[in-house]
Design a protein around this ligand. Structure first.
Ligand code: FNR
Length: 351
């Protein structure tokens, strides 16, 4: 049952088409700089995440594991993460907690990427013991706790109990030996949710916004049901909702529907220290090859350098100071939510 579900998630997610602009980033414009006064070799995209160095602030987000057939995918994702110096998360490790014979489909990532940033993954309702076992399984640098109520509700066999999750996150964040990253899976987060999660002490939140992989539609397709409506907060809006809290110790990860270097650069310029992508990597690997995935990631990183040069930003810190315009539905949303007033007006150089 679980293997079928995992394979169907891959199959149905690869059938989905990205809808241009659905992640909200078309409403964000970065202003071209005609005099960057920089050379290509000077561009420095390095950053720190969970105490380790990344070559670029990018995360291959949680996808799979839990069966022998999935070892190859996780192994290849880990190899490419090691080669290019980006972070990597595994898919939910619940299956391996229930059937330890599948553990290698997760621990392969540590074998292939012994030095890099590797994240464990479980639902946010897991116990402390389960969380520790998942972390130990892959010698994880951090644990992603996913929130996915819309997905569960779309699944015939899904959870229907969502009480007490925040208290559980509080306990896990307090008692675990590695940092916790609370993430959505493509439905986004508003600032009230982000404030409550940060309020129990969590410093890493992945907004997992809408506009990319749509897990409500995937679960409905698995049940043979036609999708009638979509749900969620676009990634650009979710990120800005969270950034508007201006919490210094809160690290917001932008993910959900990120499909090219320009969206990555926009998210970094807005102030997110890290950007995540999931399905595009899977698609290139499963429908192409490991070599194609390597080239895809190298091109993505090269495009990030290109855009930074065009903006005159030598470092990621410099990017956060380039002029940025928020317009369209995102601007309207921020105004209606009373968020736009100060931070973004200042950011756009209006004050
Ligand atoms: C996912 N995602 C996911 N997330 C999670 O926290 N645990 C999981 O087990 C999975 N499994 C999974 C399987 C597959 C096949 C895909 C494509 C995705 C969600 C993923 O991490 C991410 O939040 C969303 O896919 C949105 O990002 P993209 O795909 O639009 O870049």
């Amino acid at each position: 049952m679980r293997l079928n579900r995992k394979l169907e998630h891959i199959e149905f997610s690869l059938q989905q088409k990205s809808i241009e602009g659905a992640n909200g980033f078309n409403d964000i414009t970065l202003v071209h700089n005609s005099l960057p006064q920089l050379n290509w070799e000077e561009i420095d995209t390095r950053c720190k995440f969970l105490g380790k160095n990344l070559s670029v602030p990018l995360l291959i987000n949680a996808m799979t594991g839990g069966h022998k057939e999935l070892e190859g995918i996780n192994g290849d994702l880990a190899k490419v993460a090691a080669t290019t110096g980006v972070a990597l998360a595994v898919g939910s490790q619940r299956a391996a907690l229930e059937d330890t014979s599948t553990q290698y489909s997760f621990s392969v990532v540590r074998e292939m990427n012994p030095q890099g940033v590797v994240l464990a993954n479980l639902g946010a309702d897991c116990t402390l013991e389960e969380a520790r076992a998942a972390i130990k399984m892959i010698k994880a640098d951090g644990l992603q706790l996913h929130l996915n109520a819309p997905q569960e509700l779309a699944m015939a066999e899904g959870d229907r109990k969502f009480k007490g999750i925040l208290e559980n996150i509080h306990m896990l964040n307090r008692d675990l030996e590695v940092p916790v990253i609370v993430k959505e899976v493509g439905f986004g987060m508003c600032r009230e949710s982000i404030r409550r999660i940060a309020g129990v002490g969590v410093s890493y939140i992945d907004v997992g916004g809408s506009g990319g992989t749509n897990f409500m539609a995937i679960e409905e397709a698995r049940c043979g049901k036609e999708t009638e409506f979509s749900w969620g907060i676009p990634t650009a809006i979710s990120s800005l909702e969270g950034l508007s809290l201006e919490k210094k110790d809160l690290n917001l990860i932008a993910s959900g529907g990120i499909r090219h270097a320009l969206d990555i650069i926009k998210a970094l310029a807005m102030g997110c220290p890290l950007v995540g992508m999931a399905r595009p990597f899977l698609k290139v690997l499963v429908e192409g090859s490991y070599d194609q995935l390597n080239t895809y990631l190298a091109d993505l990183i090269s495009d990030i350098h290109r855009l930074m040069l065009m903006l005159g930003a030598r470092t990621i810190k410099d990017l956060q100071r380039v002029p940025l315009i928020i317009s369209g539905n995102t601007y309207h949303w921020l105004c209606r939510r009373g968020i736009y007033v100060d931070h973004y007006a200042r950011r756009e150089g209006i004050f």
